[in-house]
Design a protein around this ligand. Structure first.
Ligand code: LLP
Length: 437
């Protein structure tokens, strides 16, 4: 994928950098991001929209991978940014990301987070529920401001990887329910509030979606809702946000569509449905996360011990695991791997890749075909760019890996490897006498 290839030494090369040298220089585990690949993904969404005649914003969902360098890259590509917490917002602001292109999501924003975002003058809040709607109106009133909002609605489409199920009664912690009238009530409240500026509505139906159908059902529900909002409350939207969720390839059999396919299907239907309701076309926003960074990331590990159970299985262990990639343990997520220093050797052995955490469920890949592995080899697990680093953790007091961006033969360290001192950095030894004996 991207700019990766096998070089003359038979090593995996990404962005012109030999991954075995990267492992030697920066240590392992190491997250390697192909910068050109991320930029190409950003551009594919922008280009797809440019052909539709719609005004648009592509907001990168930073939860997929949020660091200051990534925020900077997103700014350079002219995208907007979706944040869901004070921490993501802080990261973006520290990177100098333009506040007016930040959209603030989340189902339980604290007062501190709301004030932090208002102080920074972010672009808009995506309001999730009545509690937040009322709180935000109250805070805006106190501050004497008018706050731009989108309302997150639950259109009753639940996307489950490849398929989706349409549910009559929605059971989700997110958003205003369309079918029981909550969404319309929220629209009326926000539209009539003196302290809120209602831009429009938002929906997000799920993640790692391959088909366009789920998005189209959501568009139908959203445009019906906007029809009602126009007829009953005279509301005309400036923005329609259809969320993220565009899938990527992890393993053989995954069949994501090009950005263009999703965008064309969505924009065609939005145009048709809104025109039929005599609603002027709003700006169309999307929020891709995984599809921007997922397949641009590769994790490098060093292989250590192995254990063979005759006629059962061979375990090969690496120096990371569920601390740097929680997805296999959490979702049973599948990945592919290669031995970065043995790319030209044939895959003759089926092994299972174990992490080093003290937990049986810490398995990165079951049954992967590789060349015979030896201690010291570098294992490259591909498509780890989304929700890997961002969900990393310090279980077993393991330090988080470093992150490098590679491009045209140059590597740039963008997140330093944590040290043990970092790991204990917030610990305090109790001062109480009893514990000092
Ligand atoms: N917008 C909203 C409102 C979202 O909730 C999400 C993801 C996105 C955009 C971005 O979705 P994407 O394009 O990345 O699929 N940790 C899980 C994924 C959780 C996604 C949560 N929301 C995983 O590792 O698969």
């Amino acid at each position: 994928h991207g700019t990766s290839r096998v070089n003359e030494q038979g090593h995996l090369e990404i962005g012109g950098c030999d991954t075995t040298s990267l492992a030697a220089t920066y240590g392992t585990p190491l997250y390697v991001y192909d910068e050109a690949q991320i930029r190409a993904k950003c551009r594919s969404f922008v280009e797809a929209f440019s052909q539709t005649g719609f005004s648009f914003q592509v907001a990168y969902a930073s939860k997929a991978f949020c660091t200051m360098a990534m925020c900077k890259l997103i700014e350079e590509e002219g995208l907007s940014l979706d944040v869901v917490s004070g921490g993501e917002l802080y990261t973006a602001l520290q990177a100098g990301f333009p506040a007016d292109r930040i959209h603030f999501h989340g189902n339980n924003k604290s007062l501190d987070e709301i004030n932090m975002a208002l102080d920074a003058k972010i672009g808009c809040f995506v309001v999730d529920n009545f509690y937040e709607l009322h709180t935000l109106a109250e805070v805006a009133k106190e501050r004497g401001e008018k706050v731009a909002v989108l309302l997150r609605v639950t259109p009753g489409v639940e996307a489950h990887t490849h398929e989706y199920i349409s549910t009559g009664q929605i059971d989700s912690k997110f958003g205003f329910d369309v079918q029981n009238g909550q969404a319309l009530k929220a629209i009326r409240y926000a539209h009539e509030s003196n302290h809120l500026h209602l831009l429009g509505v938002h929906s997000h139906i799920g993640s790692q979606i391959f088909e366009t159908d789920g998005f189209l059902v959501a568009v139908k529900r959203l445009t019906e809702l906007l029809g009602d909002a126009k007829d009953k409350h005279g509301f005309l939207p400036e923005v329609l946000n259809v969320g993220g969720g565009f899938g990527i390839r992890y393993v053989e059999g995954d069949t994501p569509q090009p950005a263009e396919t999703y965008i064309k299907a969505i924009t065609d239907l939005v145009r048709e449905e809104l025109t039929a309701r005599e609603i002027p076309l709003p700006e169309l926003w999307i929020e891709p996360g995984r599809s921007i960074v997922g397949d641009a990331g590769t994790t490098l590990y060093r292989i250590g011990s192995h254990k063979e159970i005759p006629n059962v299985r061979k375990y090969v262990a690496v120096d990371g695991g569920m601390t740097d990639n929680l997805r296999p343990a959490l979702y049973n997520a599948q990945y592919e791997a290669a031995i970065a220093n043995k790319m030209n050797e044939s895959a003759t052995e089926v092994v299972s890749i174990a992490g080093k955490c003290c937990e049986s469920g810490d398995m990165l890949i079951w049954d992967v075909k590789l060349p015979p592995a030896a201690a010291g080899d570098i294992l490259a697990v591909t498509s780890t760019g989304a929700y890997g680093y961002s969900m990393s953790n310090n279980y077993n007091r393991i330090a988080r890996p470093a992150v490098v961006f590679v491009k045209e033969g140059e590597a740039e360290l963008v997140v330093k490897r944590e040290t043990y001192a970092d790991v204990v950095g917030h610990d305090l030894l109790p001062k109480r006498a009893q514990l000092q004996r």
